[in-house]
Design a binder for this molecule. Structure first.
Ligand SMILES: C[S@@+](CC[C@H](N)C(=O)[O-])C[C@H]1O[C@@H](n2cnc3c(N)ncnc32)[C@H](O)[C@@H]1O
Length: 386
């Protein structure tokens, strides 16, 4: 059994925990912005390929205590880095330190890099070079007081880079955030999914991937472990073969945007994900839209007024609320926004809400149960049904 840490955004630990547990990870434990778990190498490949809410998966290769720079250096020197890295390869070391003898993380990372490279020089007469942007092997070092953990980053580029975004929207929703929104909502793929302010169509693509069981990493071309000397191609293939992708679903996905330029981006991304037979893309103003079928889930990421300029953000949110009230009765609506004041203008009482991050932006993700008529009556009716 090996020890791994999968990283995620703050607030998504529960979703990641559930995903890892369902994939067969052992001894899962929620940490801050991460979940620790145990398993074999196949489990590490599985976490990278299937987890929709993981940003990266780190494999702990060494854990030690130290009381001096010298001891720290020697411990790292003893790590058999040649198992993963060749003398002609490249490496980078990322360090985080808390309450340690090192003044800066940079110092710890340089010392660790020197120890790895000196080992190669002693053994092979030559040493790998440093490449901070695209290393063959990325080490992560966590130092807390006098305890150190040395990890290999198995993912490489962040796992939110799924590989289906061929064109960028100026205010994109992070793919991991989008996947987590859908998981938090509890949508189970049995009713239509509407993304009426779709931008680059992240929400509808992630929803279709979930409904069709398309693995999170299905479109990705690169993983950190591809560059490792001990990369097990056969095992990786067998993990990918575990995917049970559906050919079809009976529901529809709708992605629309008011701006034709953004709709072109959505279409390019949907095409890249080969989901054009499932996701209907159309130019439409959300404020005058209707659901094709009821009930549907309508999930949106309106402008926040941060990266996209909007004439009057409060009026826009008020009009979103009016449209939902007047034409989406029987549906559930979800809105994510960093503008808490504008969210109040929606004028509907959220039934649930979650604080979430979209990249670095602190947002609120809110659920609204839409009904026709009187709220009191609706609540009484629901209680009676329950
Ligand atoms: C924050 S972006 C959405 C980004 C998207 N979630 C993504 O991942 O790329 C907000 C989008 O809402 C669209 N929008 C603004 N007002 C709209 C309206 N009345 N009806 C439909 N779309 C609208 C904008 O054109 C923009 O593309």
């Amino acid at each position: 059994m090996e020890y791994f840490i999968a990283k995620t955004f703050a607030g998504l630990e529960t979703e990641l925990f559930k995903e890892l547990h369902a994939l067969g990870a052992k001894n899962c434990e929620k940490l801050s912005r991460a979940v620790a778990f145990e398993g074999d190498l196949a489990m590490m490949y599985r976490a990278n390929y299937f987890c929709r809410t993981a940003l990266r998966v780190l494999w702990r290769r060494k854990q030690f205590t130290f009381n001096s720079n010298r001891q720290f250096y020697e411990q790292i020197f003893d790590f058999p880095a040649e198992e993963v890295l060749s003398p002609d390869g490249t490496l980078a070391v990322h360090a985080t330190i808390v309450d340690s003898i090192f003044n800066t993380p940079l110092y710890a990372s340089v010392l660790a890099k020197d120890a790895v490279c000196d080992r190669f020089r002693d053994k092979f007469g030559r040493r790998p070079s440093v490449d901070k942007d695209y290393p063959d092997v990325q080490f992560h070092l966590h130092v807390y007081k006098n305890e150190a953990q040395l990890f290999l980053d198995s993912s490489g580029e962040s796992l939110h880079k799924r590989g289906y975004k061929v064109r960028n929207h100026p205010a994109p929703l992070n793919e991991v955030t989008a996947a987590a929104m859908i998981l938090k909502s509890g949508w189970d793929g049995t009713c239509d999914f509407i993304d009426p302010m779709c931008g680059g169509a992240t929400l509808s693509i992630e929803a279709a991937m979930q409904a069709l069981n398309i693995p999170a990493g299905f479109y990705r071309r690169e993983y950190g472990f591809y560059q490792w000397k001990n990369f097990d191609r056969q095992l990786w293939k067998s993990v990918r073969d575990e995917a049970d992708i559906k050919d079809d679903v009976t529901i529809n996905f709708y992605a629309s945007d008011i701006d034709g330029r953004f709709l072109d981006i959505a279409r390019a991304n949907v095409q890249k994900a080969r989901l054009q037979d499932f996701i209907v893309t159309e130019r439409q103003d959300m404020r005058y839209s209707n659901p094709e079928n009821t009930p549907s889930v309508v999930m949106m990421n309106p402008p926040y007024g941060e990266r996209l300029s909007v004439d009057d953000i409060n009026i826009l949110y008020q009009e979103i609320g009016n449209a939902l009230k007047q034409r989406y009765a029987g549906c559930k609506a979800y809105i994510i926004s960093s503008d808490k004041e504008a969210l109040k203008r929606v004028g509907l009482k959220p039934s649930r809400k979650w604080p979430m991050l979209n990249g670095s932006l602190e947002c609120m993700f809110q659920e609204y149960e839409l009904f026709s008529g009187d709220r009191k009556q609706y609540v009484t009716q629901k209680k009676e049904q329950a």
